[in-house]
Unconditional design. Structure first.
Length: 456
């Protein structure tokens, strides 16, 4: 442990400088305008893997953005850790809400502010530096493979193909991912589940053109009003989702599982204060931790129609649109849910409008084991590094690759995240605490050490 701390102490400024350099690339995968930057980011990641001591580093082309691969195989009798992360980031909009520019990382109050600081550049780069540390101090205890992709934030559409085609190269005993959150640094935790996702876009079309709202209003159904009514009907008075068969495959937690989940620290007053809301909301009969971690949900992500420019325009719009996504839990299937959503949404449309439903990307839910050697290694690493026992929690977010790794390669994951829910992922002023960054770099080598020991 002291050797680890010494190495981090000696190289701490460079570790930060390199992360800053990585954060300066605007690697927004959703916006084609950044294509060149995304590709340059892949080059930088590949170079840094090489510098840290990885071999067979390759920028693997896909139909979309490339996957950066690198490995260090020291002994085929040792276990292999496959490290997954993503170098792409969410769009930074709305830009005017950032206190400092999103791609000029800035330190305030011990925190790094930048798009991708926590999700996921700051987090996957901890692995690159922990790997460098183990190489330089001759303490690498497991074989290591890196797979850092560039399309996570847009659904990882090409990753499935890559994983299938490279099943041999990716063979490993565990997938290690830092792309999730801890409760807090005082309450270190390990996520043991992720929700799935079914993302849909809907369009409601009324008259064949925008109309004068005085001349036609009252006689023609307004698609914006109809869309709002249709969306409002998707939850009942208990905030239960009304789509028939939506909950059919959902597994209820056992009383013990519920109890364990709800024993995690959660302060509702703090939660509502942080968000500036008077009270929480959700499905009747479930706690906040159950609602976000173990229950499926439906959210409107965007909604638009008619005139939204300056001033007023009296118009009855021809159409209205919305993006709607559903978070899924075991054993729901994103494909099935997309199908029943489509059927239901079409069925509730009144005759005076036409409805079009288009599915976007999806991802499957997962629960990761807590009785595996890998989970125990993560627990021991946290205990050493934090002096506390890790609390298992269920995450509300999605990382579609986790279920894929399990289905295609038969490898389970450990979600070893060091972020915080309050790090403003996907929001303006995303941040990552420098303390968490170094803490992660110090804790990860312990995982490798314990994983090798426990695998014997
Ligand atoms: N790192 C997040 C997922 C996450 C965040 C999991 C916090 C648990 C805690 C990831 O980059 C992400 O944002 N995933 C998307 C899904 C994807 C298909 C766009 C998400 O959850 O919305
Ligand atoms: Mn992420
Ligand atoms: Mn993300």
């Amino acid at each position: 442990m002291q050797e680890i701390k010494n190495y981090v102490e000696t190289h701490k400024q460079r570790f930060l400088d390199e992360l800053f350099e990585l954060l300066r690339f605007p690697s927004v995968s959703a916006d084609p305008k950044y294509k060149g930057d995304v590709l340059k980011t892949a080059d930088y990641v590949a170079q840094k893997l090489k510098d840290a001591g990885a071999e067979n580093v390759e920028i693997c082309a896909t139909a979309g953005y490339p996957i950066v691969y690198g490995e260090k195989i020291i002994d085929s009798s040792l276990p292999t850790v496959l490290i997954y992360g993503h170098y792409d980031v969410q769009p930074a909009d709305p830009l005017e809400l950032w206190h400092t520019p999103p791609f000029e990382p800035t330190i305030r109050d011990g925190k790094i502010y930048a798009r991708g600081a926590c999700d996921d550049k700051g987090q996957f780069y901890m692995h690159v530096k922990a790997f460098e540390l183990m190489m330089e101090t001759n303490t690498l205890a497991c074989n290591v493979k890196f797979m850092i992709e560039g399309e996570e934030e847009v659904g990882s559409a090409n990753l499935g193909i890559f994983v299938k085609e490279n099943a041999d190269r990716l063979k490993a005993d565990v997938v290690l991912i830092s792309d999730t959150s801890m409760i807090s640094m005082e309450h270190p935790s390990i996520e043991t589940g992720l929700r799935g996702l079914a993302y849909m876009e809907v369009e409601v079309v009324g008259p064949n053109r925008d109309l004068h709202s005085g001349v036609y209003g009252g006689a023609v159904a307004n698609p914006a009003t109809i869309l709002c009514k249709m969306i409002a009907s998707l939850h009942d008075e208990n905030n239960h989702i009304t789509i028939p068969a939506f909950y059919d495959q959902v597994v209820e937690l056992t009383a013990e599982e519920k109890q364990a989940l709800n024993s995690a620290p959660y302060d509702e007053a703090e939660y509502t204060k942080d968000l500036d809301i008077a009270e929480v909301w959700g499905e009747k009969g479930y706690s906040t931790l159950e609602r976000t971690g173990t229950r499926p949900t439906l959210e409107v992500n965007g909604i638009w129609s008619g005139y939204i420019g300056e001033g007023a325009k009296t118009v009855l719009p021809s159409k209205a649109n919305a993006k709607i996504s559903m978070r899924l839990v075991p054993n729901q299937s994103s494909e099935e849910i997309a199908e029943i959503f489509t059927k239901h949404f079409e069925s509730i449309a009144p005759k005076n409008v036409k409805v079009k439903v288009t599915p976007h990307h999806g991802g499957e839910p997962v629960v990761t084991p807590t009785d595996s050697i890998a989970y125990q290694a993560a627990e021991k690493a946290i205990e050493d590094s934090f002096g506390k026992k890790a609390i298992p929690t269920r995450g509300g977010g999605s990382i579609p690759i986790v279920a894929l790794f399990e289905d295609v390669l038969g490898i389970k994951s450990v979600l070893f995240g060091f972020g915080l829910d309050s790090d403003a992922l996907h929001s303006p002023n995303e941040k990552y605490d420098i303390y968490n960054y170094y803490k992660g770099i110090e804790t990860l080598p312990l995982f490798h050490k314990y994983f090798a020991e426990l695998s014997k």
